[in-house]
Design a protein around this ligand. Structure first.
Ligand code: SAH
Length: 228
């Protein structure tokens, strides 16, 4: 067994344990086996900076430059599970960062649209995803609060940066029957992960999931425009 196989196994055990521990709050005692399989399949060591290579399979968020982070694998797994994606569904991610969450969504067979406000991160994530063969991930540099109307409606939307209120454009672009997972709260303050479900047009319902810490969702973009 290679070191990396052992690291993946211990990460999966850790995620299973954290899922059980947080079940009273999330209402999920176990995650879908498909989600755990996706965590196994995506080489997280390719999404972290070289300095953090040894921590690539640790269940922890890591810095990716520009003051941003790649999320903790347990939180990525939980958010993905809450989206209840079926193969072929369209999903929108706000906050591409390293591209790790986008790759997990692609592993589940989804058509992934992802938006990042920092040009350098968007460019690096697109190159990395392309190199790893994730052809069903479309990366755009822009302000994710506005969504990506050209490909709406989305069966699922996941926001990986915290904001005090749900951006209205995202609810508009969510399909009827769609699921939206978002950390709500102040920057670096108390945040809670919530799921929004939209049973019919013009109506939506909020379900609390778990207390979390995410970097803030910031208005506008940074760096030059990158073609979608
Ligand atoms: N999903 C990422 C983690 C991203 S951290 C991963 O798997 O690696 C949150 C990201 O959201 C950061 O890269 C940050 O630059 C980005 N972000 C913040 N505000 C944004 C906005 N308005 N539109 C798009 N991206 C935004």
């Amino acid at each position: 067994m290679t070191t990396s196989t052992r690291s993946v196994d211990s990460l999966i055990s850790r995620i299973i344990a954290e899922t059980a521990m947080t079940a009273p709050s999330t209402g999920r005692a176990a995650l879908s086996p498909r989600v755990l399989e996706a965590i196994r399949s995506v080489p997280r060591d390719r999404f972290v900076t070289p300095a953090d290579l040894e921590l690539a399979w640790a269940d922890t968020a890591l810095s990716i430059g520009y003051g941003q982070t790649i999320s903790q694998p347990f939180v990525v797994a939980l958010m993905t599970d809450m989206l209840e994606l079926e193969p072929g569904e369209r999903v929108l991610e706000i906050g591409t960062g390293s591209g790790y969450q986008a790759a997990i969504l692609a592993e589940l067979g989804a058509e992934v649209y992802t938006i990042e406000r920092i040009a350098g991160l968007a460019i690096a994530a697109r190159a990395r995803l392309y190199e790893l063969g994730y052809e069903r991930v479309h990366v755009r540099h822009g302000d994710g609060r506005l969504g990506w109307p050209e490909h709406a409606p989305y069966a699922a939307i996941v926001v990986t940066a915290a904001t005090p209120a749900v951006p209205p454009a995202l609810v508009d672009q969510l399909a009827v029957g769609g699921r939206l997972v978002i950390p709500l709260g102040d920057a670096w303050g108390a945040q809670r992960l919530v799921r929004i479900v939209k049973p019919e047009r013009g109506r939506w319902r909020e379900e609390p999931i778990l207390g979390v810490v995410f970097v803030p969702l910031i208005a506008g973009t940074s760096g030059g425009e990158v073609q979608a």
